[in-house]
Ligand binder design. Structure first.
Ligand code: RIB
Ligand code: CA
Length: 312
């Protein structure tokens, strides 16, 4: 029985590859894709999600527009990383599939309440605004979810948006705080892990050589996406963050971590959006998160290549 999931996302090249991985995997039943403002404004993230679905040949996927701004703060975007469209790097046609009727937040609430308790997984790849809004409107969805698996935060790797904050959490720290205490099992995939899953010329060449349309498109998106991080970190390649969320669902044995307490800084301007992760368990605060720090990097890339090679 395929595992029902909702993907909440701000595409973004790395989000795009996560969506492709999910759509290429029969183990998963993508009930819908809910878009949020983040890497680029909502009009573009909701455009980009449909472009990716069409690339995968899946025009039947329900794609909803959601929050255009964080719960309490001004929107911060990341065109400097993702380009002005959010999907720079490979020319893909404008989407012909329409957005689904209704708001993403309502879809999250209704789908959770219509699903059997403990059956639906929410995969969060961007700022957590949609989920935060849904939890404000219907707090009962938290304990009803099977799991929330999110890319966000960091401890040992610091931050990528400020010295102490990762982008997804920085953009909407209030939403992240709601998620940390919502009653669902939370799995956090932070920069401490995603900074290990770096692209490389060989990996990009493998995608470029694929005989389908998805491979070369993936290579173009990766080429563009990595340039900022290569300059910033001086590394061989850029960290491919978001597909780790889907890879974790497909092959959890590739990952390792520990149950710890994670709190979100929402008061300080200096450390706004910091994930205060008690990895060494120096407090008696409740362990509310499975914080993943280890990944089988070769296994991650093999899974991604195997699955994306099966798409159109
Ligand atoms: O900090 C990396 C995260 O922020 C990724 O999800 C990327 O797509 C951006 O949303
Ligand atoms: Ca993202």
């Amino acid at each position: 029985m395929p595992r029902p999931i909702i993907i909440d996302t701000d595409p973004g090249q790395d989000d795009a590859l996560a969506i492709l991985l999910a759509l290429a995997s029969p183990e998963l039943d993508v009930r819908g894709i809910t878009c949020v403002a983040g890497n680029v404004p909502l009009a573009l993230t909701s455009r980009n999600a449909r472009i990716v679905c069409e690339l995968a040949g899946r025009t039947n996927v329900l794609v909803y527009a959601g929050a255009s701004a964080p719960l309490e703060r001004e929107l911060v975007t990341a065109e400097y990383v993702h380009g002005k469209t959010g999907l720079d790097g490979y020319d893909l046609p404008e989407p012909s599939m329409p957005l689904a009727e209704g708001h993403a937040v309502d879809f999250i609430i209704e789908t959770t309440m219509d699903s059997a308790p403990g059956s639906l997984t929410l995969c969060a790849l961007g700022p957590l605004t949609n989920l935060g809004q849904a939890l404000r409107q219907a707090p009962e969805i938290g304990p009803r979810l099977r799991e929330i698996v999110l890319m966000g935060g960091g401890l040992f790797e610091g931050g990528n948006t400020t010295p102490s904050a990762e982008f997804n959490i920085y953009v909407d720290p209030e939403a992240a705080d709601l998620v940390m205490h919502c009653g669902a099992p939370v799995v956090m995939i932070p920069l401490d892990l995603t900074h290990q899953t770096l692209t490389s010329d060989a990996i990009i060449a493998d995608f470029r050589a694929m005989p389908n349309a998805t491979g070369p498109a993936t290579a173009g998106l990766l080429d563009f996406f990595e340039r900022f991080d290569v300059e910033k970190y001086g590394s061989q390649g850029g960290p491919l963050h978001d597909p780790n969320v889907i890879a974790y669902l497909l092959q959890p044995d590739l990952y390792g971590g520990r149950h710890i307490n994670v709190e979100i800084e929402t008061g300080s301007a200096l450390t706004r959006g910091m994930t205060v992760a008690d990895w060494w368990r120096v407090t008696d605060r409740t362990a509310n998160v499975l914080y993943l720090r280890n990944v089988d990097v070769a296994g991650y890339w093999q899974l991604l290549k195997d699955r994306l090679s099966q798409l159109p």
